[in-house]
Design a protein around this ligand. Structure first.
Ligand SMILES: *Cc1c(COP(=O)(O)O)cnc(C)c1O
Length: 365
């Protein structure tokens, strides 16, 4: 039996008739850029996130980048970002001409450690980007407290946390803005690239609307040097269908995570730590082992696909070679990158498949 890390085809098959109908509605409409379908998704997603505004953009990286620009981040500014994250968080900062300043995570929640943020703040610091990594909310209240004290903006990277809750409230509007990706493999995934920013700040929402559309509000009138990063109406139609199933699909992920916790607790693995205020959506189920490579090999031989999130932290990527980081600059993120691996999880993973994953792990001596 081959057990895929994530079965995207099964997600389409389950909703095929609704998705086909939604896509056909857009194809037949003759309207292919922004418009009603995008407006409708934005309203529905804002409401899902319990926020005032959602602005659809081309992808998650653009959501981060345009949100930073809308907050006034620019050349030479410093932005605090987790050392343990997907590189997009860092790239968005660099795209503004700003400098990512890494802060180490609280292990093993894997999210930014609020106690380490203040020591990273300088006169140049303008914003903090907590990332809700692997579907688990970061500890946002202390981050907001620090931001308030120093007059910093907070942009949340929620690309892996659609539907998650922090102290009972949906992720989507704790900080000044929240960036989302609807990359196909995310908990809410399109059938291509897509992204959005949610916020309760009407000015930030307005600026992103202008930035995503050539710096223009009225056709051929360009207020600023903008970008072309508009959410596609076909993707909006797909997302509107899938949004209606998001809570149910997250519940299925939660059941799988609970079973992993129950059966893996007796194994020599570091399991995720879930603080009592966190209601995670299990984008990934990430465990750690000193013998990661050997276990991963056994799983592969048993037909179980696992992945590494992530094998190289941003500060050690060639892309950031000019920043002067070296091995040892962010020891916690580096250790995590050497020990983590992600087990199959998703709304379409069958019980029997999950059982095979566990059986395969138990083959490791
Ligand atoms: C996926 C992801 C992004 C980027 O999203 P894209 O839509 O692929 O550009 C940003 N941050 C995190 C944490 C992600 O997982």
């Amino acid at each position: 039996m081959m057990i895929q890390f994530l079965d995207l085809r099964a997600a389409y098959i389950e909703l095929k008739s609704e998705i086909d109908e939604a896509v056909n509605r857009v194809l037949s409409s003759g309207w292919y850029i922004l418009g009603e379908e995008v407006d409708a998704f934005e309203k529905e997603y804002a409401s899902f996130c319990e926020t005032d505004y959602a602005v659809g953009v081309g992808n998650g990286l653009d959501a981060l980048h345009l949100a930073l620009l809308a907050m006034g981040i620019g050349e030479g500014d410093e932005v605090i970002a987790p050392s343990n994250t997907y590189i997009a968080t860092w790239l968005a900062i660099s795209q503004c001409g700003a400098i990512p300043v890494p802060v180490e995570p609280l292990e093993p929640t894997y999210n930014i450690d609020p106690r380490r943020i203040e020591e990273a703040i300088t006169k140049k610091t303008k914003a903090i980007i907590p990332v809700h990594l692997y579907g688990q909310p970061a500890d946002i209240d202390p981050v907001l407290g620090i931001a308030n004290k120093y007059g910093l903006k907070v942009l949340e990277d929620a690309a892996q946390a659609h539907g998650a809750r922090y102290k009972g409230k949906r992720i989507g509007g704790h900080g000044d803005a929240v960036a989302w990706s609807f990359y196909p493999g995310k908990n809410l995934g399109a059938m291509g690239d897509a992204g959005a920013v949610t916020t309760n700040d009407p000015e930030i929402a307005d600026r992103i609307r202008v930035l995503r559309n050539y710096g223009s509000r009225v056709k051929y009138i360009n207020e600023i040097k903008g970008f072309n990063s508009r959410l596609d109406p076909v993707q909006s139609a797909v997302l509107r269908v899938k949004l209606r199933y998001l809570d149910e699909w997250n519940t299925r992920r939660k059941k799988i995570a609970e079973k992993y916790f129950a059966v893996l607790k007796d194994f020599d693995l570091v399991l995720p730590d879930v603080p009592e205020w966190a209601d995670p959506v299990w984008h990934l189920y990430v465990v750690q082992s000193e013998n990661r490579d050997a276990i991963q090999r056994i799983l592969k031989e048993s037909g179980v696909e696992t992945m590494l999130h992530y094998p190289i932290p941003p500060h050690l990527q060639d892309a950031y070679a000019d920043s002067g980081y070296k091995n040892g600059s962010c020891p916690i993120a580096e250790k995590i990158s050497q020990h983590v691996f992600s087990l199959p999880i998703g709304p379409h993973l069958k019980d029997i498949e999950q059982d095979s994953v566990v059986t395969a792990i138990s083959r490791y001596p």
